[in-house]
Design a protein around this ligand. Structure first.
Ligand code: HEM
Ligand code: NAG
Ligand code: NAG
Ligand code: NAG
Ligand code: NAG
Length: 342
């Protein structure tokens, strides 16, 4: 049994190595995500979960998040993305935060989490919480609250955060890279990535609107500029040619680590991202793919309007994302330190 498991592990590592081998790496198509039907959780998670055990919890998270944003507003993008990347991989269970160990490569070291940021800042929030109510608030709940407070803190919508998630003890890089979407995906592939989690095409487009804040590394932009559909030196024909020249300057061929803004107003949650997409100025293939067909074009055109329901739909979709298969009751644990199991 143990040897079967370790064989499986070796296989996973080899597979992952194969995924990361391609120069830009994004090229390995993400394997179909395993289907885990979402549990009905509305009855389990609740807004007032900590109202007896840690009534200060939500205020403490908000206070620390806002003080971090005061120093660096751009980090709102980091917080929002952390929650997404946590929830998309075996549910919202804090697994993204666990550090790799000698014999396990954790989610955060997967290809799709390349240079992910915000984890030390989540530690800051956890430390503040441990001071007022030790061993009480889960890291998964902190991620959910921080995503909401950061989004609202930079001009975006707010939403109710239902609490009571517990933290997992397992985190595997391969799970991240089989579940999270690669920026080289086209419309069909994006829809296929979101469907197993219970999200439709419109929700996929709405949630992509989070690319209105934060930043990216050149790593994810590479295939859009230099390797469209895996063909060397092919630039995405859907990319505005002037914008392509600007991006190429910022991201010389082969450079994975330079930093590029997600849209024209990187520190403001607004509709500017969708405007960029409509103007064929999208940093990723997956951004431009949103208007690749008439359905997507119609939805993006609708969302861009000032009177649109973008904020309300985004808030609804975030609540839904936050409900993805949480650990509850006696499952998992409340971690003392978010990067380590107890
Ligand atoms: C639709 C498929 C998606 C793809 C292919 C995708 C891909 C990416 C990539 C490659 C980056 C750049 C990361 C870096 O280089 O540091 C990024 C950034 C980001 N993504 Fe997505 N993403 C998707 C959907 C989402 C969703 C659903 C959310 C949230 C609900 C989200 C939130 C963000 C945010 C906020 C950033 C900026 C991160 C930062 O500032 O550190 N993305 N995304
Ligand atoms: C997690 O591991 C990385 C190296 O893999 C290390 O740099 C970092 O300090 C570790 N985090 C903590 C909190 O020890
Ligand atoms: C999207 O990608 C898939 C597989 O990678 C491909 O078969 C399909 O033709 C692509 N769709 C479009 C519209 O390009
Ligand atoms: C482009 O993608 C192909 C197919 O995945 C890969 O073999 C090749 O190394 C990539 N080229 C560059 C310059 O990244
Ligand atoms: C990317 O470019 C930056 C600045 O131009 C440079 O410091 C860095 O070493 C480059 N990285 C790679 C992998 O080429």
């Amino acid at each position: 049994m143990a040897s079967a498991r370790s064989n499986l592990y070796v296989l996973s590592v080899l597979l992952l190595a194969a995924v990361c081998d391609a120069h830009w790496g994004w090229w390995a198509p993400a394997p179909a995500a395993p289907v885990a039907p979402p549990k009905p959780v509305d009855a389990i998670l609740s807004e007032d979960f900590y109202s007896y055990t840690c009534p200060q919890a939500t205020d403490v998270v908000k206070k620390v998040v806002l003080s971090i944003l005061k120093k660096n507003r751009n980090l709102a993008g980091g917080f929002l993305r952390l929650h997404f990347h946590d929830c998309w991989v075996n549910g919202c269970d804090g697994s993204l935060l666990l550090n790799s160990t000698a014999d396990n490569q954790a989610e955060r070291d997967g290809f799709t989490n390349f240079l992910i940021r915000g984890i030390p800042e989540i530690d800051e929030i956890k430390e503040a919480l441990e001071k007022v109510c030790p061993n009480t608030v889960s890291c998964a709940d902190i991620l959910a609250l921080a995503a909401r407070d950061a989004t609202a803190g930079v001009g975006g919508p707010s939403w109710p955060v239902y609490l009571g998630r517990r933290d997992s003890r397992v985190s595997r890089a391969l799970d991240a890279d089989t579940n999270l979407p690669f920026p080289s995906l086209n419309f069909t592939e994006l829809v296929q990535n979101f469907a197993p989690k219970g999200f439709g095409a419109r929700e996929m487009i709405v949630l992509s609107g989070s690319h209105t804040i934060g930043r990216t590394h050149c790593n994810g932009i590479g295939p859009n500029l230099y390797n469209y559909t895996g063909i060397d030196d092919l630039t995405n024909p859907a990319l505005d040619s002037k914008f392509a020249r600007v991006l190429k300057k910022k991201c010389p061929k082969g450079n994975r680590t330079n930093i590029v803004d997600m849209d024209r107003t990187k520190n403001l949650f607004d509709r500017e991202y969708f405007k960029g997409v409509l103007n064929h100025k999208g940093v990723f293939i997956s951004d431009l793919a949103l208007i690749e067909n008439t359905f997507g074009l119609r939805v993006v055109t609708e969302l861009v309007a000032r009177s649109s329901s973008f904020f309300r739909e985004f808030a609804d979709a975030m609540v839904k994302m936050g409900n993805l298969s949480p650990l509850t009751g006696a499952e998992g644990e409340i971690r003392k330190h978010c990067q380590f199991v107890n």
